[in-house]
Design a protein around this ligand. Structure first.
Ligand code: CP
Ligand code: NVA
Length: 327
């Protein structure tokens, strides 16, 4: 069962990149979640702004509603300027390298937020840039979403360590992010995917060993019912992620039987919550009755993107950041 974590006030992350959750220690993840919780509670308390005079560049190579808007609003609420750069308006579109783009942007801005395809693109940018680079989703990971999901879980259950979480569906970037969360925070994660759609074996092996050391566990299965049994949270993601549109028909066929239905939710703990990173497809990975039902906390998850991104940015960019400075 979950126990409340004991936490010092603030993580020391100044100048670091955030490309995947495992760029942080378990302690730093818990500290960030705690800080985000405090910032959420104190919203509107004062008007002193820790990112005053700073600019955060945001480049989205794929569509985004939540990440784009929550980052822009987070930067603005912290007193900074969110500069969205459409990739096709940069010289990147005319073959300037990402490295050169990162070197130049670092001379103007204080951080770069990038949504892209392969994780190696983020790594290449982070290598060249002298300012923090934040992963706003890659094909492999979505760490900002996981921070918001962990805040949502801790709001619901008062703690994270030892919490039983079921993930049912695609071994996507969200599944990978949950493996990292289990490893760092010590969750009991049961992950059910159809054959051929499990997360990467090396990541699973690492997460499994790390989760055990942190007091949690990782179990991979092809049985949604078994994964969900007794879980406090049931999580799913789309069956067809951005960039996989050509596989849509095959995926819909492979994932039949992995929909989160009211009957499947019934197998979870009586006070279990349903979670989804969104966007959702009712009638596909989740039944409308679950997504729109009383156990669903998906809108809290979406809101918590804002609070966790504020905590992240303040910690990456402000050495002497004080909670008194947030609004
Ligand atoms: N969950 C999430 O990242 O949503 P967007 O794709 O809308 O940013
Ligand atoms: N797995 C999904 C997550 C969307 C937030 C995708 O990559 O499209």
């Amino acid at each position: 069962m979950a126990t409340a974590p004991v936490l010092p006030a603030q993580p020391h992350l100044v100048g670091r990149d955030f490309l995947r959750l495992a760029d942080l220690s378990g302690q730093e993840v818990l500290q960030l979640v705690h800080l985000a919780h405090q910032m959420k509670q104190r919203r509107g308390a004062t008007r002193v702004e820790p990112l005053a005079g700073m600019t955060v560049a945001m480049i989205f190579e794929k569509p985004s509603t939540r990440t784009r808007v929550s980052f822009a609003v987070a930067v603005q609420q912290l007193g900074g300027f969110p500069l969205e750069l459409a990739p096709n308006t940069l010289q990147l579109a005319r073959a300037e390298t990402l490295g050169d783009t990162g070197r130049v942007l670092s001379r103007y801005v204080d951080a770069i937020v990038l949504r892209t395809g392969d994780q190696s693109v983020l790594e290449e940018l982070a290598e060249a840039a002298s300012v923090p680079v934040v992963n706003a989703l890659s094909h492999q990971y979505h760490p900002c979403q996981t921070l918001a999901d962990l805040l949502t879980l801790s709001e619901q259950f008062g703690g994270l360590k030892g919490l039983p979480v079921a993930y049912v569906g695609d071994g996507s970037n969200m599944a990978a992010a949950w493996l990292e969360a289990a490893a760092l925070v010590g969750l009991h994660l049961r992950l059910a995917t159809p054959a051929g759609y499990a997360p990467e074996a090396a990541l699973t092996a690492w997460a499994s060993a790390a989760a055990r050391r942190a007091g949690g566990s990782v179990v991979l299965t092809q049985d949604p019912q078994g994964a969900v049994a007794g879980a406090q949270a049931v999580y799913t993601d789309v069956w067809v992620s951005m960039g996989q549109e050509a596989e849509a028909a095959a995926r819909r066929q492979a994932f039949a039987g992995f929909q989160i239905t009211p009957a499947l939710m019934h197998a979870a703990a009586p006070d279990a919550v349903f979670m989804h990173c969104l966007p959702a497809h009712r009638g596909e990975e989740v039944a409308a009755a679950v997504l729109d039902g009383p156990q669903s906390v998906v809108w809290d998850q979406a809101e918590n993107r804002l609070h966790t991104e504020k905590a992240l940015l303040a910690s990456l960019l402000t050495p002497d950041f004080s909670l008194l400075e947030c609004r």
